[in-house]
Design a protein around this ligand. Structure first.
Ligand code: ATP
Length: 477
C-alpha cells in the first residue's frame, strides 16, 4: 500500500494533476499547486458539490465571503484562544513535535508489542490531559513513558507550549495603524457573520442553509501525506439553520445524505465509514466524521457537526447585534441552531485519485502489456473525450477536427494525432478520459467513428452525428 500511494503521488505529478508549490525553488512545505488536469478535476468536484447542495435544494443558497475578516470574528469563534496544538521541542535535534502525536505513536508501539492494557491506560491519560488542556501533564507523560525524539534519540525535551494554527498578517498602509488580521482557518465564520444578510435579502425561512466553497489556511505543524494535510487548502461547507429542538433530526438527515453523496460519484462503499465523536467539542451536541480508507488508513474526509446556537450566540455577544430569527410558525424569536457539513476539497480530491487509480496487467501468453488507468466517474473526468485521427494524412485530421470543434463547445475534449493509436489510448487512460473517438477511412465514407470505452476497452461503431447525445448521457450527473 506504501508503493500504491507513492505511485498515486507520482502519477498525479507526471500527468499534471498536482505539483509541489514553487518546485523550482525546492517547494514549500505542505503547499501544492493544481496542474492543468488537477484544476479541471477540482472544478468538477466543486460543481458536483454545488449542484447537490445548492442547486438541488430550494432552501440552500451559496455565498462567497472574503478570506480576511474582522479580527473580532476570531475572538468570538474561539479561534484566538482555543485553536491550538500542544507542541514540544527536542533540545538536541531542535525538532518540534505535537506532544499528543508523540504519545499517540507510543500507544501504537505498545499495541504492536501486545501491551494492550498499558496502551489503553495511556490513551485514557492522554485524553484527560488534552480535555483539560493540561500541558505539564503532557510533558510528564512523555517523560514517564521514556519517549525519545525520533531524530536525536534523546529525552531532552522543552516544556509543552500551545501553538496557534492561524496565520496572521498586517492590514493597512503605515506601520503605526496597521491592524493584525488573520487568514481564515475555516470558511464557516463567513457564513455565520452573514446569517442575517442572507436571511433578510433572500427572504429565507427556517430551516435553510448557506453554502460556501473557499480557501482556508492553517499553520499545521505536522504536514504530511501529500494533499491530505496542507497549510493552504479549500473547504466546502454548509451551515443549515434550524429551529432549536429539531437539530438532531436534521443532523441524522445530513449524516445520511452526505455519505450517499460520496458514493454517488463512484466511491467504493467498503472504503467509507462513520466515526461518531464520543468526546464532543464544548459547543456541539453531536458530531461525526465520514472517513475514507486511504492507503495509509481510515482518515476524516468530512465532518458533520450539530453546533447548537454556539456560533451565532457568540457573534451576537461580541458584535452587540441581534442574530435572531422570527419564526412565524411558532410565533417566536430565537437564535437558530446549526448543523454543519464540512468537507475538505483537497482530501476529497485525494479520495477520488486513490479510488480511481489502477495499474492493470494486460499481458497475454505471448505479449507483456500493462496500463495505468484513472477510472474516474465520467462526470468528474477532466477530459471527457479525445478525438484521434487514425493517421496524420488523407484528410483524417480535418475530419477529426470537425468533430472536435463541435464537441468542445460543451465538453473539455482533446485532440491527439501523435504516435500509434494504441499509445494514444494509453495516454488517455492514464488521465482518466472515459471515451476515445477514432476517425478512420471508413469515417470519410459513412460518417461513423469508433467509440472506445476506457474501462472495458471495448470499441463500438457509432454515427458521428450521435456523439453529443451519447456523451451527454454518459457524463451526466
Ligand atoms: P484533522 O483532525 O484531520 O486536523 P479537523 O477535524 O481539524 O481535521 P475540521 O476543522 O473539521 O478538520 O475541517 C473540516 C474538513 O476540512 C476536514 O474534514 C478536512 O477534510 C478538511 N481539512 C482540515 N484541515 C485540513 C488541512 N490542513 N488540509 C486539508 N484539508 C483539511
Amino acid at each position: 500500500t506504501d508503493d500504491f500511494f507513492k505511485n498515486v503521488v507520482s502519477h498525479a505529478k507526471e500527468y499534471g494533476f498536482v505539483f509541489p508549490s514553487s518546485e523550482i525553488y525546492d517547494g514549500l512545505s505542505a503547499v501544492y499547486d493544481y496542474g492543468q488536469l488537477g484544476a479541471e478535476l477540482k472544478n468538477n468536484l466543486k460543481t458536483y458539490w454545488w449542484k447537490a447542495m445548492v442547486q438541488l435544494h430550494e432552501n440552500i443558497v451559496g455565498i462567497d465571503a472574503a478570506i480576511f475578516m474582522h479580527p473580532t470574528t476570531w475572538k468570538a469563534s474561539g479561534h484566538i484562544d482555543g485553536f491550538n496544538d500542544p507542541m514540544i521541542d527536542n533540545k538536541d535535534s531542535k525538532k518540534r513535535y505535537r506532544a499528543d502525536q508523540l504519545i499517540e505513536d507510543q500507544i501504537a508501539r505498545y499495541e504492536a508489542d501486545g501491551k494492550t492494557e498499558v496502551a489503553q491506560q495511556l490513551q485514557t491519560d492522554l485524553d484527560a490531559a488534552l480535555n483539560s488542556d493540561d500541558l505539564p501533564r503532557l510533558k510528564a507523560i512523555i517523560e514517564q513513558h521514556n519517549i525519545v525524539c525520533p531524530i536525536s534519540g534523546t529525552k531532552n525535551w522543552t516544556e509543552v507550549r500551545q501553538f496557534n494554527l492561524m496565520f496572521s498578517t498586517k492590514m493597512g498602509a503605515s506601520a503605526e495603524d496597521a491592524e493584525m488580521v488573520y487568514l481564515r482557518p475555516e470558511t464557516a465564520q463567513g457564513i455565520f457573520v452573514n446569517f442575517l444578510n442572507v436571511q433578510k435579502s433572500g427572504r429565507m425561512k427556517i430551516p435553510f442553509g448557506i453554502a460556501q466553497i473557499g480557501k482556508a489556511f492553517r499553520n499545521e505543524v505536522i504536514a504530511r501525506q501529500f494533499i491530505m494535510r496542507m497549510r493552504e487548502f479549500e473547504q466546502m461547507e454548509m451551515q443549515f439553520f434550524v429551529r432549536p429542538g429539531t437539530e438532531l433530526e436534521w443532523y441524522g438527515k445530513w449524516k445520511e445524505n452526505r455519505l450517499k453523496w460520496h458514493l454517488a460519484i463512484g466511491g467504493d462503499p467498503a472504503r467509507y465509514r462513520y466515526h461518531d465523536h464520543v468526546k464532543l467539542a464544548h459547543y456541539a451536541n453531536a458530531a461525526v466524521d465520514i472517513e475514507y480508507d486511504f492507503p495509509f488508513g481510515f482518515k476524516e474526509v468530512e465532518g458533520i457537526h450539530s453546533r447548537t446556537d454556539f456560533d451565532l450566540s457568540q457573534h451576537q455577544k461580541y458584535s452587540g447585534k441581534k442574530l435572531q430569527y422570527f419564526d412565524p410558525e411558532v410565533n417566536q424569536n430565537y437564535v437558530p441552531y446549526v448543523i454543519e457539513t464540512s468537507i475538505g476539497l483537497d482530501r476529497l480530491f485525494l479520495t477520488v485519485l486513490c479510488n480511481s487509480f489502477e495499474e492493470q496487467d494486460l499481458s497475454t501468453d505471448d505479449k507483456k502489456d500493462s496500463r495505468s488507468v484513472l477510472r474516474f466517474h465520467p462526470a468528474l473526468a477532466p477530459v471527457k473525450a479525445a478525438v484521434l485521427p487514425l493517421t496524420k494524412k488523407d484528410g483524417l485530421p480535418d475530419k477529426a477536427r470537425q468533430i472536435l470543434n463541435r464537441l468542445k463547445i460543451d465538453y473539455n475534449v482533446q485532440y491527439d494525432e501523435k504516435d500509434s493509436i494504441g499509445k494514444r489510448y494509453r495516454r488517455q487512460d492514464a488521465i482518466g478520459t472515459p471515451f476515445c473517438i477514432t476517425v478512420d477511412y471508413q469515417s470519410l465514407e459513412d460518417d461513423t467513428v469508433t467509440l472506445r470505452h476506457r474501462d472495458s476497452m471495448e470499441q463500438e461503431r457509432v454515427a458521428a452525428s450521435e456523439l453529443e447525445e451519447i456523451i451527454s448521457n454518459l457524463v451526466g450527473w
